[in-house]
Write a protein that binds this ligand. Structure first.
Ligand SMILES: [Zn+2]
Length: 412
């Protein structure tokens, strides 16, 4: 049942173009990478982007123990990321125990030999001591001379985003620019989507990957963005009226280091919207301020892509007036109509001043803020459909909102 092959690639058009996810992007091995461990049979290492374990111990010629720990001692969510590579001398089986210092096993292990095609491990090869929350998992791996990657979710490092943006940039409606850099100097890129022949005055903001292990949110964001860039009539109409500013990878350092939650400053970026103490979040704060101060622009919606244990939209409640009025209610109703065999979940609440993206968008700008959550285990084909259909519903809902008469005059 868990068995599933998937491809991370580009969803543009009808083709899927594989991307060398594990290509050396100049950020291969963080300096603090612990040593590999090795026997006559196999060698285990984590010297690739997203590679992460705290330590590796040899417990037998074919047995290894990896200690899995969060990136720092602060409070942290139980998103216990791990990723490692096995090089074997010959075809054999090994066992790898994942020993968690905190929280326990959460993510069902996946394997890949090329970083593009991933397989969920078969249940008979994964022994978790009890259910989610237990402290150990034993993986039995069939290995040979081909390096085998084993990870908590599909490995989705900066190189995939770069290849994706390179492809998108070929399209007339896209412009890619450098928004800024992370604490460790990695690129944080901004994708602007708009009809090049018009000057849209209404702005939709998308952001992704504040939390490194939340790969399923990214797997939804890519088709979401591509749908906005598509050839449909609705996408063309949307792009002539709205510009989309998308920052798909806000925490590249955390992703490369295989963090559970934080950036390299030990901060949960989605608890820093408002204070903006971190270089990554400050880029978003500055961008929103710039939109607000530009009399020819109005922010209409902010959507922030994440992952949790189920598909759910965390939203501002309908009782709180947003501009556009009741956008979230209308959007999700339309989206539900487009997904008749699927239940759209919404959890509406708001705590004023809470330093998360959706609350900040509402508190400061009166805009509907949405945290778009995809379940860790949601079927990967379904995720693509979720991304596409929710994007179509968003575009249609926005096109039905009244156009601001002249924001340049009405702004202030
Ligand atoms: Zn998250």
């Amino acid at each position: 049942m868990r068995m599933q092959a998937m491809i991370i690639g580009l969803f543009l058009g009808l083709t899927t173009v594989p991307i060398p996810a594990l290509a050396n992007d100049g950020q291969t091995a963080p300096a603090d990478t612990p040593a590999e461990c090795r026997t006559d049979t196999a060698r285990i290492d984590q010297a690739f982007p997203t590679g992460a374990y705290q330590s590796c111990d040899v417990t037998g010629n074919k047995h290894f123990r990896l200690t899995i720990a969060p990136e720092d001692d602060g409070d942290i969510n139980c998103s216990a990321w791990y990723a490692f590579r096995v090089n074997a001398a010959r075809k054999t089986r090994i066992t790898v125990d994942l020993d968690y210092t905190k929280c326990g096993h959460r993510y069902w292990p996946k394997t890949s030999t090329d970083g593009v095609n991933w397989e969920f491990m078969k249940p008979k090869y994964v022994k978790v001591e009890g259910e989610r929350g237990e402290r150990t998992a034993r993986l039995t791996l069939k290995v040979d001379e081909t390096p085998l990657f084993v990870a908590a979710q599909e490995i989705f490092p900066p190189s995939i985003y770069e290849a994706w943006l390179d492809r998108l940039e070929q399209m007339p409606s896209a412009t890619v620019s450098l928004l800024g850099r992370s604490a460790q100097g990695r690129k944080i890129e901004l994708l602007r989507i708009a009809d090049p022949n018009t000057t849209p005055r209404e702005t939709v903001v998308l952001v992704g990957r504040q939390h490194p292990p939340e790969v399923t949110g990214a797997l939804a964001m890519l088709p979401f963005v591509e749908t906005i860039m598509g050839d449909s009539e609705i996408a063309k109409a949307y792009r002539s009226r709205f510009e989309t500013l998308a920052v798909p990878l806000l925490n590249p350092d955390g992703v490369v280091h295989g963090h559970w939650r934080h950036n390299t400053g030990g901060v949960d970026l989605n608890r820093d919207w408002g204070p903006f103490t971190q270089p990554e979040t400050r880029l978003m704060g500055n961008m929103l301020t710039w939109i607000e101060n530009d009399s020819a622009r109005d922010m209409r919606v902010l959507i922030d892509f994440h992952s949790t244990n189920r598909d759910v939209f965390y939203t501002i409640p309908d009782e709180l007036p947003t501009d556009p009025e009741l956008f979230i209610k209308k959007w999700l109703e339309l989206y539900q109509e487009r997904m008749p065999d699927y239940e759209v979940n919404r959890d509406a609440r708001h705590t004023e001043g809470r330093p998360i993206s959706k609350a900040h968008a509402f508190d400061v700008y009166g805009a509907p803020g949405i945290t778009f959550e995809i379940g860790d285990d949601t079927d990967r084909e379904l995720i693509k459909r979720i991304g596409r259909e929710s994007a179509i519903a968003m575009m249609q809902t926005l096109l039905e909102t009244p156009e601001p008469a002249n924001p340049a005059l009405s702004d202030r």
